[in-house]
Design a binder for this molecule. Structure first.
Ligand code: ATP
Length: 305
């Protein structure tokens, strides 16, 4: 099982971060502090997590024909993933997020999908061989839905595991849910997709039931510091997470998803994989940033030792 391959399909963004005393009013000009460009995008974060944690990763994504896109693609290759399916599109710039972080700790974010909007069904179809030859497919919702659906169908028809982290939250067609082996929403995403507000064990069971009725085999609802609710066959339980001093929860969900798939592809049981993924995610919340906060395999094993 150790040579299993994970294909991740998703977004790449350059995050432009700036700290501000307060959010500027219309017409106001404000001096910010500590401007930084950090690598982000849910697809890229999950791919980096899986690669650092030991998975063999193919990453299907799009960047623009620009320096930051090429730099990120190069860094993903240095992380050890196969970047042959990262297209450089000429029609748009690499995706970005403009993130203002106020002294209150609140964020204000504007996203430009840019090249990510070009990861449509036609492009995904051209990478069918990669999806069909992998053991599992992991996706999110920062790239066009027709591409996500196309990839899900290709993987399912080839008998592979199809996993969706449905973020950012949005309603989804039943046709897509019907292709999924596993879904990993947080509480907000679970509510938007099932209409059940997840506040406790009982409501989590009800929300998961809606996913099961639509054909999803395994449901993992992440509950932040409270851990993960799992619903699979006869198992319905909340698995506690690790207690850590949280500094910045950015990419906790992405680290969890990348780590979970890494462990499952190594042949670990669902519970063992959740244990490993919660450890990796807990480490990530103790550190600042998205990809900068994702731990390596050794760090995660040391944390668990
Ligand atoms: P984000 O959007 O911030 O990346 P998310 O909303 O997708 O995250 P969460 O449910 O917040 O996902 O977190 C995913 C997992 O990360 C949790 O199930 C848990 O294991 C771990 N985690 C998150 N926050 C904490 C915390 N404060 N302490 C310990 N573990 C945490």
């Amino acid at each position: 099982m150790h040579n299993s391959t994970l294909t991740i399909l998703g977004s790449i963004n350059a995050d432009h971060l700036i700290q501000v005393s307060h959010f500027p009013q219309p017409g106001e000009t404000l001096s910010g502090r500590n401007y930084q460009v950090v690598y982000g995008g849910k697809g890229a974060n999950q791919a980096v997590a899986a690669a650092r944690l030991g998975a063999k990763v193919n990453f299907i994504a799009c960047v623009g024909n620009d320096d930051i896109g090429r730099e990120m693609k190069k860094s993903f290759a240095q992380e050890g993933m196969n970047t042959a399916a990262i297209s450089e599109v000429t029609q748009a710039r690499t995706g970005i997020a403009m993130i203002q972080v106020a002294d209150s700790g609140e964020n204000s974010i504007v996203i430009s999908a840019g090249a990510n909007a070009y990861l449509n069904a036609d492009r995904v179809q051209s990478f069918a061989h990669i999806i069909e030859q992998s053991d599992a497919l992991l996706m999110q919702l920062e790239t066009p839905l027709d591409g996500v659906l196309c990839a899900a169908k290709l993987a399912k028809q080839a008998g592979k595991q199809v996993v969706l982290n449905p973020a950012p939250a949005q309603p989804l067609p039943d046709e897509l849910l019907g292709q999924l082996t596993m879904i990993t929403p947080n509480e907000t995403e679970a509510e938007i997709l099932t209409g059940v507000k997840v506040v406790d064990y009982q409501s989590a069971v009800q929300s998961a039931q809606v996913f099961h009725q639509k054909g999803v085999e395994m449901v993992l609802i992440t509950l932040g510091a409270k851990g993960v609710f799992v619903s699979h066959q006869n198992q319905q339980e909340i698995v506690q997470g690790f207690v850590v001093q949280a500094t910045d929860t950015t990419a906790a969900g992405d680290t969890f998803n990348g780590a979970l798939m890494t462990a499952l592809l190594e042949g670990k049981s669902l519970n063992q994989a959740i244990h490993f993924a919660q450890a990796a995610a807990a480490i990530s919340v103790t550190r600042l940033g998205a990809q900068t906060s994702i731990p390596t395999r050794q760090e995660t094993l040391d944390f668990l030792a």
